[in-house]
Design a protein around this ligand. Sequence first.
Ligand code: PGA
Length: 238
Amino acid sequence: MEKKWIVGNWKMHGSNALAAELVSAAVGAKTQRAEVVICPPFTLLAGVHGLIRGKGLHLGGQDCHQAVEGAYTGDTSAAMLVEAGCGYVILGHSERRTQHQETDALIRAKCEAALAAGLKVILCVGESLTEREAGKAESVVATQLKDCMPASATTGNLLLAYEPVWAIGTGKTASLGDIEQMHRFIGAKAKGFTVLYGGSVKPGNAKEIMSVPGVGGVLVGGASVEPQSFAAIIGAAG
Ligand code: PGA
């Protein structure tokens, strides 16, 4: 049975009340075919960990620092995520790349730190609209893969997520043909790695996106903080 990954990236949304609602919707929708990872903001991690205990859902952070510990005000280490109950961490998200000036080299260092702490990494790659229009989508993604994936990455400890930047939070999704082509391209560069698609995944398009060859699941932002939508996307895994 082929499983599909459904990763919910809450970004800077949520509260204890919403967490309880979302987790109960996700637990109700979960089937054997779906591996569900919930990635709430740091302050909600421990609470969500308590809510999902024994329910077959996974917990992930949205970022971690590259150092083991130190004088880094406002940052969170990979070991801290582990202690909060995380098994996963999202790294290289385009919002971190653009809003926090994260470079491929920094993202690679963060991946190394996360893997060393025993976390599994969900590494995001994807091109901007200008890059796609200039015909550079594949070369941009190839560079990100080459420069962000550490030598310690294996098909067992790292998932990739293809997220065209112009599709994130915009209501625009890449065409099924473009998704298939990029997933085939990534699959050839990173053989055997699971590749998720992200960018305006909603209940109405999740099933068709997950049926595209090479798509191992979805990374969901906006719809992951709407309990009914997230449940429907989990249900779309079959
Ligand atoms: P979106 O976000 O589903 O709101 O487009 C996806 C993401 O940023 O991971």
